[in-house]
Design a protein around this ligand. Structure first.
Ligand code: SF4
Length: 377
């Protein structure tokens, strides 16, 4: 009951019109002086801005820059992306992770060609019908490309707004989220919306950082309730961190006449469309040799008499930390799979042609190295 009561009395975020005007002016001036020179800031092309926004989800700016430039060089327009082969698109995404983003972009580009004659939609309703465009991405693209008056909210702006309005709730709760979207809307100026939204994100990245926020050089400091109330280090409020679960896996690099067997992951699975060597978690109490035999038969219908360990790859996936021990074994026969969409015996020099996830790229690089060393001996 007490919680419901609290929820109903949480006031709407508001600023006096004069303060709002001053805040907008101060922020845009600061952004004009301090903004980083990023390639997607040099264009108003909605396609390029869309590509940048999708790539920037869960990925650092410095990592995205070369990917963004390469991607636009190969697919400069929505037509070029729609006409591309999915494997080509995934190849350009290799290493960025969260491959569903690339597949959604590819599907969305095809829909833009089919439903909008290739003209990038400029309304929230139309963009919402495309796969992979949530409220944030949709508003970010529309505000930056068309200056549409729409707010944005992502990790950086969440933190800034939670401090600016001293939100005393979990920022990830539905109540906190609702408050922050309202706050983002409340402070929007009448124009220069795209610049303003980017400036808010830039303040979050460069000034109002998770630790050691630089309040003394922050353009929002005259308006910031957390600063005024000495609450900066207490905010934002976040629920407890998710506990990381350790997962142990074994991977089998199956080799036949110096070719490695790769499987194409099926639709509907994580990393769908990417290629990999078979891997799985052994059952409890299963010996290593037995587990490796089961994986080879289950995923590729082949047998190997002897496996040797060639290395280990550790990678995080959401709340899991996955440790994969990689084994290599000689097999005979072509193999077959009920799990993979396709199997391919790939010679070492062709390995680069197959798009793979980052952990799989590492495992396969290990295998290639081991086979090349063997050749030299
Ligand atoms: S004054 Fe400090 S806490 Fe407030 S928005 Fe700026 S950096 Fe963040």
């Amino acid at each position: 009951m007490a919680k419901e009561k609290l929820e109903t009395i949480l006031p709407k975020p508001s600023l006096l019109p004069a303060s709002k005007k001053l805040l907008g002016k101060a922020l845009l001036f600061w952004f004009g002086e301090r903004k980083r020179d990023l390639p997607w800031r040099k264009t108003r092309d909605p396609f390029a801005i869309w590509v940048s926004e999708i790539m920037l989800q869960q990925t650092q700016v410095a990592t995205v820059i070369p990917y963004f430039e390469r991607f636009l060089k190969s697919f400069p327009t929505v037509e070029a992306l729609a006409a591309a082969d999915e494997q080509e698109v995934l190849k350009h995404w290799q290493g960025l992770g969260y491959y569903r983003r690339a597949r959604h972009m590819h599907q969305a580009a095809k829909m833009i060609i089919a439903d909008y004659a290739g003209v990038f939609p400029d309304t929230p309703e139309a963009l919402s019908c495309l796969p992979g465009l949530g409220r944030y991405t949709r508003n970010a693209v529309l505000s930056q490309a068309f200056d549409t008056r729409l707010p944005i909210l992502e990790a950086n702006t969440k933190r800034v707004l939670a401090r600016l309005f001293a939100l005393a709730h979990d920022v990830d709760s539905s109540l906190g989220n609702k408050f922050l979207w309202e706050a983002a809307e409340e402070i929007l100026p009448e124009r220069d919306i795209g610049e303003f939204n980017q400036a808010m994100m830039e303040v979050g990245s460069l000034v109002c950082t998770v630790t050691n926020p630089k309040c003394n050089s922050c353009p929002l400091s005259p308006f910031c309730i957390a600063k005024r109330s000495d609450l900066v280090t207490e905010l934002p409020i976040k629920k407890k961190k998710v506990v990381v679960t350790q997962v142990q896996e074994l991977a089998t690099v199956l080799v036949n006449k110096k070719r490695i067997l790769l499987g194409k992951r099926p639709v509907g699975q994580r990393w769908a469309g990417l290629w990999e060597v078979p891997h799985d978690t052994p059952e409890e109490g299963e010996t290593e040799a037995k587990a490796l035999g089961i994986i080879s038969r289950k995923y590729a219908s082949v047998e190997s008499k002897r496996f040797r360990e060639i290395g280990k790859v550790i990678h995080p996936v959401t709340r899991f930390k996955i440790t994969v021990r990689v084994f290599m074994g000689e097999v005979s026969g072509k193999g077959a799979s009920d799990y993979y969409e396709e199997l391919a015996w790939v010679c070492l020099s062709d390995m680069e042609k197959y798009p793979k996830s980052s952990p799989q790229s590492k495992m396969i690089a290990m295998a290639v190295k081991a086979l090349e060393l063997k050749k030299e001996v």
